[in-house]
Design a protein around this ligand. Structure first.
Ligand code: UDX
Length: 446
């Protein structure tokens, strides 16, 4: 198919590149000229595992980037809207969605033939039907369901694993105002065999995305609340508690051959420094705000957010346990992005943790295998030393604070074996062996 993707951020670019890889002809559109030029040179503006290779293979073949949305709509039969939908402090900010819908509508005015517009961005239930559709009709002077179709096709991409997730999806949700709108989206995914396609109306598709993210956020805050209780109780480690919980047949399946299979959901049932990234925090906030607006207070999800915000303070408290003052204390921050394999720093727990440490006068060195440049932008003007290696970051550190679950950080016991004096290791992810260090602190442990 001929597809246009509006917005080439994390979601839009991965979608464009992967659809091209699957054989579609894709034009991706962005307002940012520099980004467009970079993509056309085969260089992804973001880091995602496997993305560069696929981009290089498809750019100039089945994929091109442009700032000309009018032309892109004219030469394609289906458009996916993948612009950002940030939280503006009070509610979801639909500025970019509206702008994209207006521009697509304007282009449809002069385009001959049927066109399908599907929203891929995460939007609160009702947005596609009550915001996007009317704008398309007004700007095009055409009728939805007759001249063009309207759909909602949420993404379920985990940052860092987005290419793999797109190429091998666990589900494809297709919302639409009618069967044609759904059929055209289904055709887009014809070459993704063995995947369950769920057809719904647009509002349900929008809600499936929020429900999925809200559940994961809830499991994380549930684990953190229990972890904080374990720490206060003393003599109970949340890791041991969760091992017991995971062993339930609800979470661990015993296969006929005797092997055990532990589903990935258990990775959300563990205490740590909290959830971050461009999706979970903003989506839960948007849902809470949306519920409030229609007089449905979201008590549980509100608590999920509050617990999450306090988790970074707990990491700091663990550092402070060992230093009466943090003034000039050498602190190594390991990991800057909210999860491994991405350089997305949005809402990373590293940001408030580093800010507080700086305020208290600590000397910070930081290392992330891929996110150093993004963090340097955020913390420009501060005296953080960004290090090129794990070894450099921890050398001479008095405290080591682990924030991101990079596999590489498992080398820490070996790297610190001969350090004198031994630094305090604060494990914000509970991924290290607590017995492997002379001075270890972890979330959910007293
Ligand atoms: C996406 C989704 O859109 C969001 O709803 C979902 O919850 C998470 O992922 P993301 O890809 O992270 O957002 O957004 P971002 O990285 O901010 O990229 C958006 C892109 O759209 C930017 O490159 C921006 O320049 C572009 N844009 C924005 C347009 O091309 N046109 C606009 O009108 C606005």
């Amino acid at each position: 198919m001929n597809v246009s993707v509006i917005g080439t951020g994390y979601v839009g670019l991965v979608t464009s590149v992967c659809l091209a890889e699957r054989g579609h002809r894709v034009v991706c559109v962005d307002v940012d000229q520099a980004k467009v030029e970079q993509i056309n040179r085969g260089l992804p503006p973001i880091y995602e595992r496997g993305l560069e290779e696929l981009l290089r293979r498809n750019i100039g073949v089945r994929l091109e980037a442009t700032t000309d949305i009018h032309n892109a709509i004219g030469q394609t039969e289906l458009s996916l809207i993948a612009v950002g939908t940030p939280f503006d402090g009070r509610r979801i900010d639909l500025t970019y969605i509206k702008s994209a819908a207006e521009q697509i509508g304007t282009a449809l005015r002069t385009k001959a033939g049927y066109h399908l517009v599907a929203v891929k961005s995460t939007v609160v239930p009702g947005t596609t039907d009550h915001v996007v559709l009317p704008l398309l009709e007004t700007m095009s002077g055409k009728k939805a369901g007759v001249d063009f179709g309207v759909g909602m096709n949420p993404e379920f991409l985990t940052e860092g694993e987005a290419v793999e997730d797109f190429m091998h999806p666990d589900r494809i949700v297709i919302g639409g105002i009618d069967k044609v709108s759904q059929d055209l989206q289904a055709a887009l995914y014809e070459d993704f065999p063995d995947v369950q396609i769920i057809r719904t109306n647009n509002k349900t598709a929008e809600m499936i995305k929020y429900a999925s993210n809200a559940l994961l956020a809830t499991l994380i805050s549930f684990s953190n609340e229990l972890g904080n209780l374990c720490a206060a109780l003393g003599g109970v480690d949340i890791v041991d508690v969760m091992t017991g919980v995971h062993s339930s047949r609800y979470f661990t399946m015993r296969l006929p051959n005797g092997d055990c299979y532990t589903p990935l959901i258990t990775s959300f049932l563990g205490a740590g420094c909290g959830f971050g990234g461009s999706c979970l925090p903003k989506d839960v906030k948007a849902l809470v705000a949306h519920g409030g607006q229609i007089d449905v207070p979201m008590h549980l999800l509100n608590a999920v957010l509050q617990i999450n915000e306090r988790q970074t303070v707990r990491v700091l408290d663990l550092v402070k346990k060992h230093f009466p003052s943090l003034h000039r204390v050498q602190v190594a921050i390991l990991g800057l992005a909210f999860r491994p394999d991405t350089n997305d720093m949005r809402e990373s727990p590293a940001i408030p943790i580093i800010q507080s440490l700086l305020q208290e006068g600590a000397s910070i060195r930081a290392y992330d295998p891929v996110a150093n440049p993004e963090a340097e932008n955020i913390f420009s003007g501060t005296e953080i030393r960004f290090c090129g290696s794990l070894r450099e970051a921890v050398e001479g550190a008095q405290a080591v604070v682990l924030i991101t679950r990079w596999e590489e950080f498992k080398q820490l016991p070996d790297l610190l074996a001969d350090a004198t004096p031994q630094p305090v290791v604060v494990d914000g992810r509970r991924m290290l062996d607590k017995h492997a260090f002379a001075r270890y602190e972890g979330i959910g442990l007293s």
